[in-house]
Design a protein around this ligand. Structure first.
Ligand code: ATP
Length: 343
């Protein structure tokens, strides 16, 4: 059965890396039908609408969305980001954000100690609550009496379901990360749900870390981690850190999914990379690995394994972009993966 993929490169680096991901999916023989949609800063500037109603219907109807990156220096308006990526995450209820980090080649590790370099972990980030819901306000704006609030939303249901999902993914251990010593109300709920959910999974080892200690441990010895589960903000921050442990922003993939409805949006962790976008310099591997996660999510396990193996082989051979020590352009780096899938 053909599955329908909505392709949304969006802005900046997204426009360069998503075509490479599609190229790789085609070479892997994925049974997908692709439809591209223009959701980007150019149309937002023209129309003031982030996603039109017609496009929204199509995105909702697709089996999965392959996404690039959103943002543009010409559009500082936070409504644009909220109207694209946050809307998709929230309204499709994509409450699980999976951000795996795997070191494909020793040379990409920034760590000096060889015995601690090995990274094969998964950050499971809550994706629909926390500080990202856009609740709050600014009172007496622009005056010296100004007060700004930003609400951190944590629900019993939301916290419980992300914790439950993390246990289903762990092989060795689940580490829950929060800041419950300082943020006692939200942290209190996380702690209570954590204890209750952990009790239902006595076969998996558990550990709790405050976010500051987690950041420190991730740099000190990332090889200790299997699954890390945490809230929206801490997950966002820690997954940039874990990306740097495996070669940088260009390589890290992510999946936004709802395990119940089956809906999913797959995107590289990086943003629009305005400093290097449009010059053939951006690394397409984060997008390609995200496409691999989509393939896995849509039930094609062997194809997903083949894509990851092709990526690993290209990286090890140095057939990659400059950020990973190679000399290839974005599309040549995509070709290096394609070539291995065809061999
Ligand atoms: P945005 O505002 O869209 O989040 P940003 O520059 O703040 O953009 P990223 O796009 O994630 O954040 O980029 C952070 C850094 O990582 C930049 O120096 C960028 O050049 C680099 N980077 C991001 N994506 C890639 C990529 N695909 N390949 C190589 N380098 C990248």
């Amino acid at each position: 059965m053909t599955q329908k993929i909505a392709v949304v490169p969006c802005d900046g680096a997204g426009k360069e890396v998503v075509p490479e991901a599609v190229k790789v999916l085609k070479a892997a023989g994925a049974p997908f039908e692709y439809e591209s949609f223009q959701v980007d800063a150019d149309s937002y500037i023209k129309t003031g609408v982030a996603i039109t109603d017609e496009v929204w219907k199509e995105l909702q109807a697709a089996d999965s969305i392959l996404f690039g990156a959103v943002g543009d220096p010409r559009v500082p308006d936070p409504k644009y980001l909220a109207g694209v990526l946050l809307r998709l995450r929230f309204e499709l209820d994509l409450y699980v954000n999976l951000r795996p980090a795997r070191l494909y080649d020793e040379r990409l590790s920034p760590l000096r100690r060889e015995d601690r370099r090995k990274v094969d972990l998964l950050v499971v980030r809550e994706n629909t609550e926390g500080l990202y819901v856009g609740m709050g306000g600014r009172f007496k704006k622009g005056t010296e009496d100004e007060i700004a609030t930003q609400e951190d939303i944590n629900t019993y249901r939301g916290v419980t379901r992300i914790l439950e999902h993390a246990f289903g993914l762990a092989e060795r251990e689940v580490v829950m990360v929060d800041k419950s010593n300082a943020m006692t109300y939200a942290g209190g709920l996380w702690q209570e749900r954590w204890k209750a959910v952990a009790a239902r999974h006595a076969d998996i080892k558990t550990r709790h870390l405050f976010v500051d200690a987690a950041a420190m441990q991730l740099v000190k010895d990332p090889s200790q981690f299997d699954v890390i589960v945490t809230g929206n903000l801490f997950g966002d921050i820690l997954s940039d850190l874990t990306a740097e442990l495996i070669g940088g922003m260009g390589i890290a993939p992510s999946a936004n999914i709802n395990p119940t409805s089956g809906r999913g949006l797959f995107e590289p962790v990086h943003g629009t990379a305005p400093d290097i976008a449009g010059k053939g310099l951006v690394n397409p591997i984060g997008a390609i690995l995200s496409a691999g996660m989509m393939v896995e999510h849509l039930g094609h396990h062997e194809m997903a394994v083949a894509i990851e193996a092709a990526v690993e082989s290209a990286i090890r051979a140095g057939e990659c972009t400059r950020d990973l020590g190679g000399s290839l352009s974005t599309s040549e780096a995509g070709d290096a993966v394609v070539k291995r899938l065809k061999d």
